[in-house]
Design a protein around this ligand. Sequence first.
Ligand SMILES: Cc1cc2nc3c(=O)[nH]c(=O)nc-3n(C[C@H](O)[C@H](O)[C@H](O)COP(=O)(O)OP(=O)(O)OC[C@H]3O[C@@H](n4cnc5c(N)ncnc54)[C@H](O)[C@@H]3O)c2cc1C
Length: 378
Amino acid sequence: MAERVIVLGGGIIGLSCAFEALRLGYDVTVIEPEAFGGQASGAAAGMLAPFTENPEQPDPFFRLCLDSLHLYPSWLADIEAVSGTRADLLQTGSLTVALHEADLLPLQTRLAWQKPFGAGAELIEGERLRRMEPQLAASALAAIYTPAESHVYAPALVAELAAACRKLGARMADHAGGIQAPDLFSAQGIRLETANRGTFDGDKLVVCAGAWAGRYAAAFGFPIPVHPIRGQICSFDVPFGEVKHMVFSSQAYWVGKRNGTLVCGASEDVAGFDRTVTERGIDRLVRWGPRLLPFLGGREPIDRWAGLRPATRDGWPLIGPIPGREDVILAAGHYRNGILLSPATAALVGRMLAGSSPAEAARPFAPDRFAVATWRGR
Ligand SMILES: Cc1cc2nc3c(=O)[nH]c(=O)nc-3n(C[C@H](O)[C@H](O)[C@H](O)COP(=O)(O)OP(=O)(O)OC[C@H]3O[C@@H](n4cnc5c(N)ncnc54)[C@H](O)[C@@H]3O)c2cc1C
């Protein structure tokens, strides 16, 4: 009989891990208190931008992001082959724009160290920049063009992953309501009780509860230092192709989607688990629009929403078994890059489920890196 894997949390990380576990032959159940992709994953702009997101140095996090970007095309093809629908991967490349001389030096530094990593990036100025992105403000001095970066439509990818998991035979327990674990490690293995979907038993558990992962700390007797950072984001009614690349400035980004929206994100603030959209959060995005893209002047967003990024103290995810329990794997805390990091995270979790010692690449993300002797979470 196949080993039973329970995946807790039906965002993109949980669904990606479930898809991987199904492909490896496990008997998989995904438990989600609400709707699949109803939290951060459904709110995301879907950018796959490891070079822009990591301007400082080639650290292990950058390498994980880059590995994940490389995995994306074949991973999407595998999902599509099962789900029968196509995820919309748009290979637009990105432009990181400098408005002032002072912004140029960090861009040039980034360009230099990222070159050996295949960014294929270059500094574009003047007429050439205007030809590449005709809507860009005349005040834009220069931009790094990074052709390797792309984006997906995150809500569609989540739906596609859920469909693929269903087709591969997973039990998909969405709208399960509250999850309790009074007898987590029972004689039958791992046992979880849900308010709406009954009790589930498994042999292994993968915890992908995003910003809520810390709620399992007491059950595991182990600190899970993940906290929510609210991201507010909006969209404008703009024909597809009007803005050709992902455009980044120091204050906001703009991403043109095939459905005729230009997504503009994203604010960051600490508001606990509150997903309310505020005037202040959206206002800055609306004000910055015309400085980079003058045609946005006077326009109001047609939609605005918010999500809770699962953040950790060092900004890196927690991926690995919890100490002393090889049967409980944590995959949470993906902060600003969970859409990008899904294939790489799923591949690492797949290896860990199979009992392989965590790959060298996973060591920097070990969940116990923050553990302190004074932990009193029990
Ligand atoms: C505005 C915004 C823009 C973003 N843009 C990008 C981007 O362009 N590119 C990128 O790579 N990343 C982006 N991100 C980050 C990305 O969305 C996250 O890193 C990613 O979605 C995290 O996925 P997740 O599955 O861990 O979390 P989630 O999608 O939040 O999923 C966690 C799930 O766990 C469930 N849950 C809650 N409580 C429990 C419980 N007790 N037990 C079990 N499950 C529970 C939740 O209901 C939820 O469905 C963005 C985020 C935001 C907010």
